[in-house]
Design a protein around this ligand. Structure first.
Ligand code: UDP
Length: 236
């Protein structure tokens, strides 16, 4: 008899952590938002569009989206050394790529939109939480956008496809065949803007992971949309 796989948190394979969102948390910013997933908390602040410095990086044909991801030194138990590192530089780029397809940068030739993403708590899934917060902050800043995006990680624990790994799950299955992490970002109508696959997965399992993540992204989108409405005092 095969033993059914159970998650340490008791969550079902397709069950994401409790999520919440708030828009307008940093009054000085042109747009700002917080996105929380379980114990992972991202805040995002948008400044711009504004003059692009350094000048040699200006794109005269369209605006530039410049994302900066950072984990605060107190965001995990082991203090994080302040300042950029390889991982944060890579995640900053990935967040830019996930957001670029929805931001109408052609409206701002030569200008830059700065998006600062700070993790105040990190319990895995930080790039997804960062993307979710950044998308809301851009909308709050009034930057023209084709859509919102919603991001969630799928993964493989043992041989089971699950959604939204927390740090315990991420570390527990780090060694061997079982460790696969697949952050995915969708527009509200289910189009992909970003996917990463770290680890081994079959085509069938990837299809299943995408399907589960696409369903979960709809729930995230509803929370983001409601937070934006609440910021306008619009309620339902
Ligand atoms: N982490 C950490 N120290 C670091 C980098 C990461 O403790 O220097 C933890 C943190 O909880 C993070 C998790 O490892 O959320 C997973 O990191 P990963 O690089 O897989 O990205 P994420 O899942 O956060 O997008």
């Amino acid at each position: 008899m095969t033993k059914e796989f159970t998650r340490q948190s008791g969550r079902k394979p397709d069950e994401i952590r409790p999520i919440s969102a708030k828009v307008g948390i940093i009054p000085n910013a042109d747009g700002s938002a917080m996105f929380q997933s379980g114990k992972t908390i991202a805040i995002a602040a948008v400044y711009g569009p504004k003059e692009h410095h350094p000048r040699n990086q200006r794109n005269p044909a369209r605006g530039t989206l410049r994302c900066t991801y950072n984990m605060m030194s107190f965001s995990v138990t082991d203090r994080i050394r302040p300042g950029p590192n390889r991982r944060s530089t890579e995640i900053s780029k990935i967040i830019e790529w996930a957001l670029e397809p929805i931001v109408m940068l052609d409206k701002y030739p030569g200008l830059v939109v700065d998006v600062h993403i700070q993790m105040t708590q990190a319990d895995a899934g930080t790039r997804c939480a960062g993307i979710n917060a950044a998308a809301m902050a851009l909308a709050h800043a009034g930057i023209p956008m084709k859509d919102l995006v919603s991001s969630i990680a799928a993964g493989k624990l043992d041989k089971t496809i699950v959604l939204d790994l927390d740090k315990y799950e991420d570390s527990e299955f780090e060694e061997g065949e079982g460790s696969t992490d697949i952050p995915i970002t969708f527009t509200s109508d289910g189009k992909l803007t970003h996917i990463q696959v770290d680890g081994h997965i079959t085509t069938e399992q990837l299809k299943q992971a995408m399907k589960m993540a696409r369903e979960a992204s709809k729930k995230i989108y509803e929370v983001q949309k409601q937070a934006l409405k609440d910021s306008l005092g619009g309620g339902k």
